[in-house]
Write a protein that binds this ligand. Structure first.
Ligand code: FUC
Length: 778
């Protein structure tokens, strides 16, 4: 059929596409949670609440994304650069272990750094739980509860608990307001005056709870790692009832004989807000003036402005009716019968993004916004050697583009700190960040050479920043990020050294993130020159800065210098004698061939340096690399492998990894090897809970449906057989700010539509055929 006729036909047809997402987008259970990883996460991008649905006692864990211990610090060793020549000499002489020793003595951060990942009481600090709100009920009967259920509806961002005791139906409804910036818990009894309970507010340290101002108020100050006078916070709870009585007494709230109660929780910290106590009070007062029903309506409306941009359907699902924990078990046996679970998991990823970050605030940390401890694993920080980047990978394709902006803001604030670090360690221009950062601008190397000297953090962050531009074409944004990406490129440009064996320009010293190798003498080493990931990141960054300076008409001299330097960089990948992409400059043997990081495939994903079309040999070598790495690991590692296989257009293999990530677990031990999965609440488990697996898997599903990194939009590039029978997608995005709707049947795209703000030419690969079309107007 002629292309114009097809388009006309599509335009008539598309409005009639029906969008049932072939299940309710819901998590539900028939029992209260017995551990935190079973509780249900709610969040409005700043405040979080996780109810456990307890009958006699309900614990609700509260969070505020800004609540960190620690403080800004200068942990640069300003003499470090004087040791650089010696470290580099040792590496050139293949004395990697001696170089590592010297780095540990003179080239890491000063002080305890991250505190070995337990940094709550050092200056690096730690993301912490805000507190626990505990409700204790008195039902005035010995009868047991029946007909119990609790759920989380991700289409409305509402959770609820319901059960019956002695014929009285008790209901609780919870949400983290997308209208009023407070947390809501509404309790009702079906018969008059049956609600009797107390409310407590506490945490394990640094708190004081009192009754004041007719409310329950918890305040405290966390440790800054110096004199204890760190971040201050305040949480305030008030109850509103129509009948019964409310007493603010004994540092609790006592509710008696009520039929309907709404608890309002307002909270905040002094992070960039000295006036926070007044703000907490005023926000609460304003919320109390309004009607609950109106607030709930506004909440749903605002949430759905983001959530409803995308709809998915992977065809008929026959095993989706059971409670979520049982459904996960069934999925292990009959994955192909529940095509709605991957849809739920994808949309849950989008839900978690919308709930854990907001424009103008912080990006999601290692746990998003949800933590129940004062010492969260790895400080709940921002890891820059894959984790924080992965937290943002699903956003552009998933039509939540603006949620990338908080990361841009964080990175922008890191730059002045990173400039000091660049000077102190490398006497270099520009700015650098190594492996970890916090809300206090940490850019120094970590405290141990083996992982802390990785220096691609700043370069990798710039990939995320650039990607947002590719998807939005936003020129003002490009102008804003240009100094950031330019500064990162200037750093690498001024510190690269020549490898005498190959003549290539490489970083030195560095590591391939967290991995080690055997030296020819059998010693286990980490520190090296020019690990593949650095080479790929520098190449991609230079490419992007050249493209940006051309677009903006700026910095011609720098641009031509980078163009020259690009020719001297190592290629995007070197194939080792055994056919894999080499992780280091030399084909070292590895102590752990299944290591969780697969850093040397950065060029395959997220960067577009290796593709089956443009670099077929490297794509083959990437496959071999992944075969040897295996399909297991902590959940983020499984998700990353899912993305790699999607880029290699191997849908069934990507699906196998998705099935692996959906393995049910309750384990919370810190795991670095095989064994990732999901908890009953679908939080991804390293273990422990780490949100990157959720976001990485959502990105992986997006990449199975649409890819656009190679100069054209490809529809269904990596679909597993299990989803090919029929399905629909609405609202996914491609590079160039295109919005995509499509429908498929029996493995073929049968309808599609590509829209943009203004009609534009776009190359699209549909059912294996590449063509150029004009997009229709949004
Ligand atoms: C990196 C990973 C670990 C963990 C930690 C938070 O160090 O290697 O598996 O995800 O980040």
């Amino acid at each position: 059929m002629h292309i114009k006729i097809i388009k006309r036909f599509l335009l008539i047809l598309l409005p009639f596409l029906s969008f049932s997402q072939n299940n309710q987008l819901e998590l539900w259970y028939t029992k209260p949670a017995s551990q935190w990883e079973e509780t249900l996460p709610l969040g409005n991008g700043r405040l979080g609440i996780m109810p456990d649905g307890g009958i006699e006692t309900e614990k609700l864990v509260l969070n505020d994304i800004t609540l960190w211990s620690g403080s800004p610090q200068d942990a640069n060793n300003y003499k470090a650069y004087t040791f650089l020549p010696q470290i580099r000499e040792l590496l050139l002489a293949n004395k990697n272990s001696e170089a590592e020793q010297l780095i540990n003595q003179n080239f890491v951060c000063t002080g305890p750094g991250s505190g070995s990942g337990d940094g709550a009481n050092v200056q690096f600090g730690c993301y912490q739980v805000l507190g626990d709100m505990t409700l204790k009920f008195d039902y005035k009967t010995k009868s047991k509860a029946i007909n119990y259920s609790r759920n989380l509806n991700i289409q409305t961002a509402l959770a609820s608990t319901q059960f019956t005791i002695d014929g009285v139906i008790y209901k609780r409804e919870y949400f983290a307001g997308f209208g009023d910036d407070v947390l809501f818990v509404k309790l009702t009894s079906s018969k008059k005056g049956k609600l009797n309970f107390t409310v407590k507010l506490d945490r394990s340290e640094h708190f004081k709870t009192v009754n004041s101002d007719n409310s329950l108020v918890m305040t405290g100050q966390l440790n800054n790692g110096i004199d204890g006078k760190g971040m201050k916070y305040k949480a305030k709870v008030k109850a509103k009832t129509a009948d019964g009585s409310v007493l603010y007494t004994n540092n609790t709230i006592e509710v008696k004989n009520a039929t309907e109660v709404v608890l309002y929780v307002s909270a905040g910290t002094d992070f960039k807000n000295q006036n926070f106590e007044t703000v907490v009070d005023k926000t609460l007062d304003a919320a109390l003036q309004k009607k609950y029903q109106d607030q709930k309506k506004k909440h749903i409306e605002n949430y759905q402005k983001l959530f409803n941009r995308v709809a998915l359907n992977f065809g008929k699902s026959t095993k989706n009716a059971s409670p979520t924990n049982e459904r996960l078990d069934a999925f292990m046996k009959y994955p192909d019968s529940d095509t709605a679970l991957p849809v739920l998991f994808y949309q849950y990823g989008r839900y978690l993004s919308i709930s854990s970050t907001r424009v103008g605030l912080l990006p999601p940390n290692l746990q998003g916004l949800w933590a129940h401890q004062v010492q969260t694993p790895w400080n709940g920080d921002y890891h820059l050697d894959v984790n924080v980047q992965m937290n943002h990978w699903a956003l552009e394709t998933g039509n939540l583009s603006e949620l990338n902006l908080p990361l841009k803001d964080l990175v922008k604030e890191m730059v002045p700190y990173g400039e000091k670090t660049a000077k102190a360690y490398y006497n270099a221009d520009g700015w650098v960040a190594h492996v970890i950062t916090n809300i206090w601008g940490f850019t120094e190397p970590g405290e141990s050479a083996s992982w802390g000297i990785a220096k691609a953090g700043s370069g990798w962050l710039c990939n995320n920043l650039w990607n947002h531009y590719l998807y939005t074409n936003d020129q003002a944004y490009l102008a804003e990020i240009y100094p950031i990406i330019k500064g990162a490129a200037q750093f690498y440009n001024s510190m690269l050294v020549k490898d005498p064996e190959t003549g290539w320009l490489v970083t030195s010293p560095s590591v391939s993130p967290e991995n080690s190798f055997f030296l020819p003498n059998g010693q286990d080493a980490h520190v090296c020159m020019g690990p593949t990931i650095d080479n790929q990141i520098v190449r991609e960054l230079f490419n992007n800065v050249i493209a940006a300076s051309t677009k903006l008409g700026l910095d011609n001299t720098l641009k031509s210098e980078l163009e020259k330097r690009l020719k001297l960089l190592p290629p995007p990948g070197v194939v080792s004698p055994d056919g894999r992409i080499q992780e280091w400059l030399k084909p070292y043997k590895e102590p752990d061939p299944q290591h969780r990081h697969v850093s040397h495939l950065y060029g395959l994903y997220p960067a577009p340096l290796i593709t089956p079309e443009s670099t077929p040999e490297l794509a083959e070598a990437a496959k071999k690399t992944l075969e040897v790495r295996g399909d297991d690991g902590p959940s983020w590692s499984i998700a990353y492998k899912m993305l790699f296989w999607s880029r290699l257009k191997e849908g069934n293999r990507a699906y196998k990894l998705l099935k692996t990530i959906l393995r049910p677990t309750l384990a919370t031990n810190i795991n670095y090897g095989a064994g990732g999965g999901v908890y009953p609440n679908l939080f991804s488990a390293g273990p422990p809970f780490q949100i990157d697996g959720n976001f990485g898997a959502a990105a992986g599903i997006g990449e199975m449906l649409i890819q656009s990194h190679a100069g054209f939009v490809e529809l269904l590039p990596a679909m597993p057989d299990a989803w090919l029978k029929e399905g629909e997608v609405k609202g996914l995005k491609a590079e160039g700010n295109f919005t995509i709707n499509m429908k498929w049947k029996n493995g073929k795209v049968i309808e599609y539509e590509i829209k943009s703000a203004m009609p534009a030419k776009v190359k699209v690969k549909v059912n294996g055929e590449l063509k150029e079309i004009t997009s229709s107007k949004l």
